[in-house]
Design a protein around this ligand. Structure first.
Ligand code: PLP
Length: 279
């Protein structure tokens, strides 16, 4: 594992931030999380697009430009010696005496690389239970902001019920998971919430859409409710960290489809796994 902060490579244990840092005090920043497969960050350009877009939307200027950022990342990967790793990247509005209004200081960039956080094989082989939970987030969920408290509370509620993920419901519609996008499969078509301000447009979601198109599986961006989820043939979650995980059932409500991972989820994930290796 290895860390990076504003031009320096550091161990993860090193104390590097002053107390008055806006990510720490306000969650005033944005982040990305992506996986490195055999030295290559998967869908790096899409992650960088989202990073710079998120930062723009909250008016943070990321000091390194894209080329510089790619170079820093390459160096982080090579110095870490990890061919396969998870990179967490965070940009905050910087270090300044605590005050809500924006300071005139440079933004701050930190990164970590760690070995993959592996899923138990049973998760993908058997599918998972999810907990339906109210979506209590703000109206800018398309920004990958550091403010994750509603997501954490929902995830913790799910974990305490023995579930893998909380599936969030806003105004009668499933938006997404607490840290994943959510999909159902009905009559051979994949359905997921449109990429509006109510969800984070996942990069794994982009990969799933491309794979579906390639395989001739309809990919419908139409929101669905909990009843439609329960009546689906299959359902699954995606994120850069978990790739694709089938949903076997909804806590307290019953199984989805056969209660086992379905053929569409399996086919999409098989291709996803191939793409991560094929570069
Ligand atoms: N939705 C939320 C709220 C997330 O936090 C995440 C990832 O952490 C995702 C969706 C999936 O995004 P990605 O596929 O880019 O990892």
């Amino acid at each position: 594992s290895l860390g990076y902060i504003n031009g320096r490579f550091v161990s993860l244990e090193e104390l590097v931030l002053p107390i008055e840092e806006r990510g720490h005090q306000f969650g005033d920043g944005v982040y990305e999380f992506f996986r490195v497969y055999e030295g290559n960050p998967f869908m790096l350009e899409e992650h960088l697009d989202r990073l710079y877009r998120s930062a723009d939307l909250i008016r943070i200027d990321i000091a390194p430009d894209r080329d510089e950022l790619r170079a820093i990342m390459d160096e982080l990967i090579s110095r870490s010696g990890l061919a396969n790793g998870d990179i967490y990247l965070q940009v905050t509005r910087g270090m300044a005496p605590r005050n809500h209004a924006f300071p005139s200081v440079p933004s701050s960039l930190t990164m970590t690389i760690k070995p993959w956080r592996e899923l138990a094989p049973a998760v993908r082989e058997q599918g998972v239970q999810v907990l339906l939970h109210p979506d209590e987030r703000w109206l800018n969920c398309h920004i990958k902001s550091l403010n994750l408290l509603p997501n954490l509370l929902a995830k913790q509620a799910a974990v305490e019920e023995g579930c893998f993920e909380a599936v969030l419901v806003r105004d009668g519609f499933v938006t997404e998971g607490s840290s994943s996008n959510a999909y159902l499969v009905k009559d051979g078509a994949i359905r997921t919430h449109p990429a509006t301000n109510h969800i984070l447009g996942g990069i794994a979601r982009i990969a799933v859409r491309r794979i579906a198109e390639e395989q001739g599986i309809p990919f419908l961006e139409e929101a669905f409710g909990p009843e439609e989820l329960l009546a689906a043939d299959e359902a699954f979650l995606t994120s850069s960290g978990i790739e694709l995980v089938p949903i076997a059932g909804v806590h307290g409500r019953g199984a989805i489809g056969s209660g086992r991972p379905g053929p569409v989820a399996r086919a999409i994930h098989a291709r996803y796994a191939e793409l991560t290796r094929q570069r």
